[in-house]
Design a protein around this ligand. Structure first.
Ligand SMILES: [Zn+2]
Length: 312
């Protein structure tokens, strides 16, 4: 049961962009000649010369925010750094871009993004398009304007093949490496999914009370019910009427923990927990790299849920 709505994000489900299953058709092969533009920190890093015979530089890769950066980085491998348009530690909702980021975007070989989530990023791509853009929005199947698909590892896994295909097209010399790492990533995500499913099975039907409504896809995947105090945007403060409504609802339910999410404010969760005599717990929506990489943080979230949920 999702008690939230955020009409400002409705544009996502209205985007019916028919992104092809094989994005290679959209891909214009770009010259491997590096112009030496410093979009990526990894651009000048020593690259394995057998993979990049033309110039010694790998493809210039950009992702719009952390989970997409992490995913792309796993496939690209350690020799090629994937830049993020969202600064490290900053949450990606409504993020702004530096002018230099916008102008550098046109030099990127591949951009991985979630169309409709970050307006500034959408505008930058439109005004200064990279050679290839992989928009995951139509690939992963967003619902109700909710961008947080990455919290369901099986949805994140849907992005692996399209990103891999795009990397292979942009840098055919690296194809074997990309495909090997993509297979390992698929395995890691499948293991995470099965660990989450097993670990949360005793809590089937439990209510997860969160502040920022990031856990819809997660809750649906693992048989939980999210009650979100605020909306999809972590900066949005709930109204007093909304707080009262949630307090009344939670008072009737088997709930012992109010979860707050870094980096959003803890005040709402603490106030609600104090009012109802409940404890607080922390969930990380993995929108930034704070707290470790994606796989690590998802497992920390599992422990927090096992400690804070009421078994069904
Ligand atoms: Zn969010």
């Amino acid at each position: 049961m999702d008690l939230t709505s955020d009409e400002s994000n409705m544009i996502i489900i209205l985007m019916k962009s028919p992104f092809p299953r094989q994005p290679g058709r959209l891909i214009a092969l770009v010259s491997a000649i590096s112009l030496g533009l410093a979009l990526l920190a990894g651009c000048g890093a020593p690259a394995s010369s057998q993979n990049q015979p033309t110039s010694g530089d790998g493809p210039r890769l950009v992702a719009s925010f952390y989970p997409l950066q992490w995913l792309t980085q796993q496939i690209a491998g350690p020799d090629t750094e994937v830049a993020s348009l969202t600064p490290k530690g900053a949450e990606p909702h409504d993020s702004e871009l530096e002018l230099s980021q916008v102008s550098a975007l046109g030099q990127a070989d591949l951009m991985v993004t979630l169309g409709g989530f970050q307006a500034a990023v959408d505008q930058a791509i439109a005004s200064n398009p990279p050679a290839v853009t992989v928009d995951l929005a139509p690939i992963v199947g967003l619902r109700n304007g909710d961008p947080h698909f990455w919290l369901d590892p099986t949805k994140l896994a849907l992005a692996v093949q399209p990103i891999t295909d795009a990397l292979v097209q942009a840098d055919p010399a690296g194809a074997v490496g990309y495909q090997e790492r993509a297979a390992a990533l698929d395995t890691a995500l499948a293991e995470l999914d099965s660990d989450l499913a097993a670990g949360l099975k005793p809590f089937a039907g439990a209510y997860v009370v969160t502040t920022h409504a990031a856990f819809n896809y997660f809750a649906e995947r693992y048989g939980l019910i999210q009650i979100a105090v605020a909306g999809i945007d972590p900066e949005a403060e709930p109204t007093p009427a909304r707080l009262k409504q949630v307090r009344d609802q939670i008072g009737q339910l088997p709930v012992k923990t109010i979860y707050f999410e870094e980096p959003a404010s803890t005040k709402t969760a603490q106030t609600l927990a104090d009012d109802l005599g409940l404890t607080t717990g922390q969930l990380n929506p993995v929108e930034t790299s704070t707290g470790g990489d994606y796989l690590t943080v998802m497992r920390v979230n599992l422990i927090a849920l096992q400690e804070g949920l009421e078994a069904g």
